[in-house]
Design a binder for this molecule. Structure first.
Ligand code: IPM
Ligand code: MN
Length: 353
């Protein structure tokens, strides 16, 4: 009997539905080719629903989504909704509720994709960032006193406990071992200023590494230096592990070096539960419904989802197809500059799968 997976689809806002459509097209092609079944169920969470109903995410949403094998997300963010409401109320809420404590973000330059890094090619840009995804500055711990006065104080705390740090580091060590490329894990921190939080990270990093991963080489970089080397010598990196805020920032830098938001994909992963895959870019309102947005990030997110589900061959077929399309068809990753429409790019990849 062939395997079958239940996938919750959250197209979301702006160009989300368009890129998700192409992602599903390619996923379906892979399912047919490799003999498994994907049952998609769509949910309308996002800005339009919020403007109509006043509800960001129904109370039942997380419980319902928990029952799926995986979640496939488009984009969250609506021009008529104040920034933060949908991002916190949907995207961050789901990451927290479903305890997706890893954000896995590969930084890989595909052949034929222009990079702003001078003299760098696909042989130099191929590493993975493991971003802690539910702790740190994102927990929302903080507050104001004397708000609106000249004495106002605002606090936002970077909160981590040993357990959170440890499970993220273990995931990163295991991932580095499985990847088996250079067997090097770099911790990105700021131990010279954040002398509590990154002290905890650094101690745990070396303790766990020494005890359980002697085969994995350990390196440490401050976050500012990490940014510098990601531009100057990206080939130094294999896997980088870091906290939530630094991970957010360095993965946008990483994304632009691999060709930008049109191509960068990521996974919000709960290794023991249900994970959610998404393009790392936003909803790009100005390109909505024009059939010009690049769907490759969504398609690549679909590939990551299949790999996570254990369909390795299908995942590889999708990545190979993307690489063939970037190498031989699309000249530019930017919206409206691909030389093909959104749906044509989906067709090109699906055909090759
Ligand atoms: C990302 C995004 C989100 C984040 C925003 C939209 C809340 O920037 O996925 O990187 O900060 O995590
Ligand atoms: Mn971000």
């Amino acid at each position: 009997m062939s395997k079958s997976y239940n996938i919750a689809v959250l197209p979301g806002d702006g160009t989300g539905p368009e890129v998700v459509r192409e992602g599903k097209k390619v996923l379906s092609a892979a399912a047919t080719k490799f003999g498994f079944k994907l049952n998609f169920k769509e949910y309308d969470f996002g800005g339009d629903r919020y403007l109509k109903t006043g509800e960001v995410l129904p109370d039942s949403a997380s419980e319902e989504l928990r029952k799926f094998d995986s979640i496939f997300l488009g984009a969250i963010g609506h021009p008529d909704v104040k920034p933060g409401i949908l991002e916190k109320g949907i995207l961050l809420q789901l990451r927290f509720d479903l305890d997706q404590y890893i954000n896995l973000r590969p930084v890989k330059l595909y052949p034929g994709v222009p990079t702003p890094l001078k003299d760098k090619g696909p042989e130099h840009i191929d590493y993975v960032v493991v971003r802690e995804n539910t702790g740190g500055l994102y927990t929302g711990v903080g507050g104001f006193t004397m708000k609106g006065t000249s004495d106002e104080v605002a606090i936002q705390s970077m909160v981590y406990n040993r357990k959170q740090v440890e499970r993220c580091l273990r995931y990163a060590f295991d991932y580095t071992r499985k990847r088996n490329k250079r067997n090097t894990l770099a911790l990105c921190g700021k131990t010279n200023v954040l002398t509590y939080v990154y002290d905890l990270w650094e101690r745990a990093f070396h303790e766990i590494g020494e005890a359980d991963y002697p085969d994995i080489k350990r390196e440490y970089y401050h976050v500012d230096a990490t940014c510098m080397w990601m531009v100057k010598n990206p080939e130094w990196f294999d896997v980088i592990v870091t906290g939530n805020m630094f991970g957010d920032i360095i993965t946008d830098l990483g994304a632009i070096t691999q060709g930008g938001m049109g191509i960068a994909a990521g996974g919000n992963i709960n290794p023991e539960g249900v994970s959610m895959f998404e393009p790392i870019g936003g909803s790009a309102p100005k390109y909505t419904d024009k059939n010009v947005i690049n769907p490759l990030a969504s398609i690549a997110a679909g590939g990551m989802m299949l790999e996570h589900l254990g369909e390795d061959q299908a995942a590889k077929a999708i990545e190979d197809a993307i690489m063939d399309v970037t190498a031989h068809k699309i000249k530019d990753m930017g919206a409206g500059r691909m030389g093909f429409s959104t749906s044509e790019v989906g067709d090109l990849v699906a055909e090759r799968v």
